[in-house]
Each structure stands twice: as C-alpha cells, then as structure tokens.
Design a protein around this ligand. Structure first.
Ligand code: NAD
Ligand code: ZN
Length: 348
C-alpha cells in the first residue's frame, strides 16, 4: 500500500510503498477514509531533531484519522468489518489511572504505551496511508449516524483539542463573557464553532489573514480582528475595559502569548494550544490577578465521543478541502503559506 512517511527529522515526507499491516490480538486495521493534515506535522518536518521528542522517525504521518474497520485481530469484539469509525489518536498504556478513565493523552506510564507520549502519526505509523494499524481496539470508535470519515477525521484532533481546552473553561464562559480565539486555522475555526455550540460567550476571532477572519465569521464569530499592535486594547475596548474571560491561543508564538496576557480579564484563563515556540514571563504584576495560564495537549476518549456527537448533529462541521495522497505535500505547502482555509484532509 502507499504511505506518506517522514523518513528523518528535518526532511520532507515521501510517498512510498509499504506492506499492508496485519492485526495482532486485540488490534484493528482501519481502511483510511480520511486523514487530516495538522500544523503539528509541519512542526515535525521542520522544528524537531533527535532528543526533542521521546520517539524518532521513520513513521507514516497522519494523527487525525477516520475510515472503516478492515480487519479485526483475535479477541476483538463489538466492532464489525466495514463499520465506519474514528481513531482516537493518543495511545497510552491503557492501565494507569488516567488511561483507565480514557485520558490517554495524559498517560502516566508512557514507557508501557505503544510509543511514549505519541500515537499513530506521532512516532508510530499513522493514517496517511491506505490502512492504519490501531494497536488497541479501544481506540476505534464507531461513527454516529450522520458523520462520514471526511468530516469525522478532523474532529479527532482539530475538533477534540479545542473542545478539551474549551470544556475545561466552561465555568468561565457564562452569558456576558467573552472568549478570544487567536489563530483561525484548522483547530481555531472548529474552536469558534465549539464555543458557539457549547457556550453563550461572545466570540472574538483574531488572525493575521483576512481569509481566516472571513472563515471565523462563517463559523459564527461575533467579532473579528486583524492581529496587530493594538489588538489587546481593542479587545479591552469591546469588553468595556474588562478583557477576555478566556483566551485560546492556537499559535503560541511570543507575540500571541503577549497578546493573550494583555487581553485577559482578571480571574480569566489563557490556554496555550499552539506549538509556536513562544514563552511568557509570569510575575506578580505582569499578568492580571488570578489569570490561570496553561498549556493543553489533545483530549480524552470520552470527550471525543462528545465531539463526534456535536459533529453528527451538525452543530460542529469542519471546513475541509480534500487532497489525494500524492497531493499531500501540496496541502502542507498551502498550510504553510497561508493559502489553506480550514482543514486539509487527505483521502487515500
Ligand atoms: P493552521 O496552520 O491550520 O492554523 C494556524 C492559524 O494561525 C492560521 O490561520 C494562521 O494565519 C494563524 N496565525 C499565525 N500566526 C498568527 C499570529 N501571529 N496571530 C494570529 N494568527 C496567527 O494550524 P493548526 O493545524 O490549526 O494548528 C495550530 C497550532 O496548534 C499548531 O502549532 C499545532 O502544532 C498546534 N496543535 C496543538 C495541539 C495540542 O494538543 N496542543 C494539537 C494539534 C495542533
Ligand atoms: Zn494535530
């Protein structure tokens, strides 16, 4: 079968011929219907080197996958060949306290996981191929009616990651509150939709690109702002001087982190999702009182069920552009040069 593999750090992925995987006991092979292209893959191609992550290339890219059950390993029950499914991406040890409640994204025994702190497309072979081997059937979730693999695949990361970040901030998003989304790309545009579907907050979207702000409006943003010097003051102005209750930074660069702090309301949340490499200095007088600042990584399996439900009911619907496997690099280049809208999805 064909697979888009990252051969080494700081190289371009290659489309190569590899063997079709065979499921061992408890495992499932999924025929890929769609694999989302994430900006994290660009970070993998350009920003990491040996020692930067607990695993190394070569592996097949694609950590945002959906398709149909193709083969079941011995002992797998509750799934049928041909059934449409989504793949929960972070693969933990399955036995620690976190994995037992479906929070594999924060597995506390990574040495016993299939790969420490990763999953398919992140250290192990992922879904940018015709088939993906999922090492534990519990990561294979049947799709609810009304959701096909192209819509479902982005929900497993571009949906799940913002959902997890927003869900933990729900108590700070009552009517009258303001949420700011910085970076309206693959994750951010779904984040705007999730905020609108699950909270009564006013949503302000910020991006450097005009097309991204138009997409934010389509997704229901109440206000959009071009990222610039005065953006934090503008956010304070439209919130009566108070600032934003919740800021979600899908970029994570120095400039956006500074913007997030400058725009945050006292007792607010600033959540860093983007791997933009920026950092913040936090001191008593340099951030508003009681602002909570956190990073966040992906989401839990129960949360993915909730996101798939939002998707099936049409409350959240990623804006997708599809590409063949042989066009995947074109999709990544478009993501890099800012000409992509929403999420690129590879359909092998
Ligand atoms: P993307 O390329 O689709 O979107 C990024 C958006 O940010 C684009 O619209 C871009 O115009 C905008 N942007 C860039 N610089 C900006 C700035 N200075 N101000 C405002 N907007 C700016 O990327 P994506 O796939 O949505 O991923 C976003 C980030 O989240 C990446 O760093 C990715 O690696 C990371 N990520 C993190 C997790 C996690 O679990 N924490 C999961 C997936 C992705
Ligand atoms: Zn991702």
């Amino acid at each position: 079968m064909r697979a888009l593999r990252l051969p080494a750090w700081k190289t371009e992925p290659e489309l190569v011929e590899v063997d079709q995987p065979t499921p061992g006991p408890g495992q499932v092979v999924v025929r890929i219907g769609a694999a989302g292209a994430c900006h994290s893959d660009l970070h993998l191609m350009h920003d990491f080197e040996a020692g930067g992550l607990p695993w190394n290339p070569p592996f097949t890219l694609g950590h945002e996958n959906a398709g149909w059950v193709h083969r079941l390993g011995a002992g797998v029950t509750g799934l049928e060949v041909g059934q449409p499914v989504a793949v929960y991406g972070p693969w933990g040890c399955g036995r620690c306290a976190r994995c037992r409640v479906g929070v594999d994204n924060y597995c506390e025994n990574p040495a016993a996981a299939p790969v420490p702190g990763g999953g398919g497309g992140l250290g192990l072979d992922g879904g940018m191929a015709e088939y993906e081997l999922v090492p534990d059937a519990r990561h294979v979730l049947p799709l609810p009616d009304g959701l096909d693999p192209v819509d479902a695949a982005p929900l497993t990361d571009a949906g799940l990651t913002p959902y997890h970040a927003i869900r933990r901030s729900w108590p700070k998003l009552p009517p009258g509150s303001t949420a700011v989304v910085i970076g309206v790309g693959g994750l951010g545009h779904v984040g705007v939709q999730i905020l609108k579907a699950t909270t009564a907050a006013r949503v302000v979207a910020v991006d450097t690109r005009e097309e991204a702000l138009r997409l934010a409006e389509e997704c229901g943003a109440d206000l959009t702002m071009r990222s610039a010097e005065g953006t934090a003051e503008e956010i304070r102005r439209v919130t009566g001087g108070r600032g934003a209750d919740v800021v979600l930074d899908f970029v994570g660069a120095d400039a956006t982190l500074r913007l997030g702090v400058a725009a945050a309301r006292t007792v607010g949340d600033l959540t860093i999702v983007g791997l933009g490499g920026g950092s913040l200095s936090v001191g008593f007088f340099s951030v508003p009182y009681e602002v909570s600042i956190q990073t966040t990584y992906w989401g839990s399996r129960p949360e993915l069920l909730e996101v798939l439900d939002l998707g099936a009911r049409g409350l959240v619907r990623p804006k997708t552009t599809t590409f063949g496997l042989d066009e995947a690099m074109r999709a990544y280049r478009m993501m890099q040069d800012g000409s992509l809208e929403g999420r690129a999805v590879i359909v092998p």
